[in-house]
Design a protein around this ligand. Sequence first.
Ligand SMILES: NC(=O)c1ccc[n+]([C@@H]2O[C@H](COP(=O)([O-])OP(=O)(O)OC[C@H]3O[C@@H](n4cnc5c(N)ncnc54)[C@H](O)[C@@H]3O)[C@@H](O)[C@H]2O)c1
Ligand SMILES: O=C(O)[C@H]1O[C@H](OP(=O)(O)OP(=O)(O)OC[C@H]2O[C@@H](n3ccc(=O)[nH]c3=O)[C@H](O)[C@@H]2O)[C@H](O)[C@@H](O)[C@@H]1O
Length: 342
Amino acid sequence: MAPNGDHQKSTKPPPSPSPLRNSKFFQSNMRILVTGGAGFIGSHLVDRLMENEKNEVIVADNYFTGSKDNLRKWIGHPRFELIRHDVTEPLLIEVDQIYHLACPASPIFYKYNPVKTIKTNVIGTLNMLGLAKRVGARILLTSTSEVYGDPLVHPQTEDYWGNVNPIGVRSCYDEGKRVAETLMFDYHRQHGIEIRIARIFNTYGPRMNIDDGRVVSNFIAQALRGEPLTVQAPGTQTRSFCYVSDMVDGLIRLMEGDDTGPINIGNPGEFTMMELAETVKELIDPKVELKIVENTPDDPRQRKPDITKAKGVLGWEPKITLRQGLPLMEEDFRLRLGVPKK
Ligand SMILES: NC(=O)c1ccc[n+]([C@@H]2O[C@H](COP(=O)([O-])OP(=O)(O)OC[C@H]3O[C@@H](n4cnc5c(N)ncnc54)[C@H](O)[C@@H]3O)[C@@H](O)[C@H]2O)c1
Ligand SMILES: O=C(O)[C@H]1O[C@H](OP(=O)(O)OP(=O)(O)OC[C@H]2O[C@@H](n3ccc(=O)[nH]c3=O)[C@H](O)[C@@H]2O)[C@H](O)[C@@H](O)[C@@H]1O
């Protein structure tokens, strides 16, 4: 073998660079983890994040209440990865931002296995904070208006500490989220982690599980099936409903802004459950009946966000009213239930 390799000279042209060199994969400059990204809000958030060609998105989800179907348009995309992962176990990856959504959100699901729900909120958030600390990522927690419990202040401002039953059937969720918020601030103060906390108020829209159990999805599915709308007693309890595209916009603004929060993100339009049922009835099927059924323990009697802080700090306010949002959700439910509009 000649050491100078002269006789090895080839007449072949040099190989062309790997096609990956020009692929979008290598241009990405923000790697974002979305835990719970196969769920309702998470999948809409992923859609929005993927619109930006500079983002690479990784979803970690255990599919308890979410589904791969919600992400089907991204599976196989070079800037997208989907991992079956339970956040109660540590996750070792390299990311720049973490949107931490993983947690069952519908009361029927979070009460199904309350010990698992509290583990998800506490150990899951601890694991994601550990990841944020190790790689220096900014982390956003989707907390909830349930941290205000059955509120004695109305509408709720962020400085209200809440009225929460620590030993009730909802505590795995509302106390779990309160501990998650505490952990976020302790990691921020002790380790300098960049944190963001959103207190989300009832959000609705396409892709909610049809049998999710939450009130808007229940009423729409019931109206389309011609079943009575189950208004839980007394029917005078209120909620304020935010359309999912407004919610995603608020979450991204919070992540990109400078304020740690907590910040209320929700639509201040407040309705009694009876008013919601009447609106769904009017829009979908005026012949459908309303049925008063028994309520569940500790159901908050009123809930409405004060969004002064979101307006001032994030320049955010919702754009879609309930009457505009319900038909968009109806359209999606009709498609999935196979009930065409007459
Ligand atoms: N939708 C709302 O009205 C609302 C209101 C307040 C707060 N939030 C919060 O927003 C987040 C998303 O809510 P959503 O309405 O999209 O609910 P969802 O149930 O549709 O989504 C939750 C997702 O988290 C996943 N998940 C649950 N436990 C997990 C675990 N241990 N490990 C990994 N993945 C897990 C589920 O499979 C699902 O994909 C939740 O944190 C919820 O508490 C939602
Ligand atoms: O926004 C929030 O912070 C929280 O709101 C909801 O919890 P909740 O408001 O109890 O949600 P629903 O189960 O949709 O109930 C809303 C109201 O509708 C009533 N309801 C529910 C279902 C039904 O069929 N009929 C009915 O009247 C309930 O009694 C309750 O008063 C979500 O499920 C939580 O994930 C979220 O964190």
